[in-house]
Design a protein around this ligand. Structure first.
Ligand SMILES: [Zn+2]
Length: 155
């Protein structure tokens, strides 16, 4: 079985709660198979673009997202340990997999931690010149020593 098509952001509430609006678009392409060991696998991708709040100017910024899936279903932790390497275990107590929840989780992980426009014109606090760093720090013994030494050589 194969699922291919657009997922609406309304169907992905956890994911869309990270976004600033629901104007984005996610295309899901998932292939369901039984592998040679009769393990149920889900492979594929979810990708598209969404809008997050720029952390500098607080305006929406378009963000590309792409998540890939290489899952094998297991019905218990025990069974998950027996899965071949290379698969991410998907433990499902029941036969029915909450697929959208899995799709959402990977999409959330693919979001940038600090979204922002690449050419955002608003200055960040990181970009401000350091005004605090002056010769007022007399409590630093190394600095005091360096100053004494400098005074000696200049005399
Ligand atoms: Zn910005």
């Amino acid at each position: 079985m194969r699922i291919e098509g657009d997922a609406s952001l309304e169907e992905l509430p956890n994911f869309s709660s990270m976004l600033c609006n629901n104007d984005g678009k996610i295309v899901v392409d998932l292939q369901f198979d039984l592998d040679e060991q009769r393990i149920r696998t889900i492979k594929g991708s979810a990708k598209g673009h969404v809008f997050m709040t720029c952390q500098r100017c607080l305006e929406p910024v378009e963000v590309a997202v792409e998540a890939s899936y290489n899952l094998a279903t297991a019905f218990s932790e025990e069974q998950a340990k027996t899965l071949p390497r290379g698969y991410d275990p998907l433990i499902t107590a029941e036969e029915e997999v909450e697929l959208l929840a899995v799709v959402e989780e990977e999409l959330i992980l693919s979001l940038p931690l600090v979204p922002g426009h690449a050419d955002c014109s608003i200055q960040t606090s990181f970009g401000e010149p350091e005004t605090a760093e002056k010769d007022t720090d007399q409590s630093n013994p190394f600095r005091v020593l360096a100053q004494l030494k400098a005074d000696k050589t200049s005399n």
